[in-house]
Design a protein around this ligand. Structure first.
Ligand code: SF4
Length: 144
């Protein structure tokens, strides 16, 4: 699937990180098509659906992903091949909230079994990037 065909981006955020995060960074990165969102054309009408994982080990992801697939089809005639899920930076990177989520493989497996495409990353924090370069945080390969 080319990114031109993407109609919905679901951004899953870590439940614990979300306790102190408004989600602004991820949404802003998407709106500006920066960080992990550079490949999505600015002129495409893409809906963003953010949600949190529900706590370890991604408790509500299966149910919310199913709900998203069903609603997208019923309310907007969008098939699941038009949906991409981004695992937010608070999940996939070692960062200012916490180290990388220990359940990524499990979460990814759930989403892929539902036929959803998964990408890793969202907002790229300057502070975390600096700390990554300094070796304080684990390295991370961005899906760009
Ligand atoms: S550590 Fe992982 S599974 Fe646990 S709350 Fe955060 S994202 Fe969800």
């Amino acid at each position: 699937m080319t990114d031109k065909k993407v109609k919905i981006i679901g951004i899953i955020q870590c439940d614990f990180a979300r306790e102190r995060c408004s989600g602004f960074g991820c949404m802003n990165s998407f709106m500006q098509r920066i960080d992990a969102f550079t490949k999505y054309p600015k002129d495409e009408n893409i809906m963003v659906v953010p949600f949190n994982c529900g706590g370890c080990p991604g408790r509500r992801i299966s149910r919310v992903a199913s709900n998203l697939i069903k609603r997208a089809k019923k309310k907007a005639e969008i098939e699941k091949d038009g949906i991409v899920i981004h695992l937010a930076s608070c999940i996939v990177t070692d960062n200012g909230h916490y180290p990388t989520c220990p359940h990524i493989d499990y979460i990814e497996k759930i989403l892929k079994r539902k036929g959803l495409k998964v990408k890793k990353g969202s907002y790229k924090s300057k502070t975390a990037t600096k700390r990554r370069e300094e070796g304080l945080y684990e390295p991370f390969d961005w899906d760009e």
